[in-house]
Ligand binder design. Structure first.
Ligand code: FES
Length: 131
């Protein structure tokens, strides 16, 4: 079993193709998702952000895809990403880690994490206060 993480984690789908393409990648080239994972690894170097690779976040039609969360936070899923968005992913994960309410702030959020937001999911123990 993997050790419990305290800092933010970015999960990058390595099997994502480019949005709207049948298969824009040659067989001997890494898929766009794998390229995004590599770029995110580089962007996260020397930070507290952990980058994990996985196969499929069920957002295939709107990939490349990545998700982020940290302990007690909401989980955010993004799509339509590119290697150029790796720094934004790391900046967003670090911003999420500072959010006392576990919600990624709109102010200061990198633009791609506004445009590319697919969904957010609450933490396990979340209950809406006024319902
Ligand atoms: S292949 Fe990347 S989300 Fe499904």
């Amino acid at each position: 079993m993997a050790p419990m993480l305290q800092g933010p984690v970015i999960y990058v789908c390595i099997t994502c193709k480019r949005q709207g393409s049948e298969d824009s990648t040659l067989d001997n080239e890494p898929r766009p998702g794998a390229q995004l994972a590599a770029a995110t690894d580089c962007a996260a170097a020397e930070t507290e952000v952990t980058v994990r690779r996985l196969r499929c976040l069920a957002n295939c039609a709107r990939g490349p895809s990545a998700a982020m969360r940290c302990n007690g936070s909401w989980t955010y899923l993004f799509g339509g990403l590119d290697t150029a968005d790796a720094e934004a992913l790391v900046a967003g994960a670090r911003l999420l880690a500072t959010a006392k309410d576990g919600i990624l702030p709109w102010r200061g959020r990198p633009e791609i994490l506004k445009r590319g937001l697919i969904a957010r999911l609450p933490p396990l123990d979340f209950e809406e206060a006024d319902l």
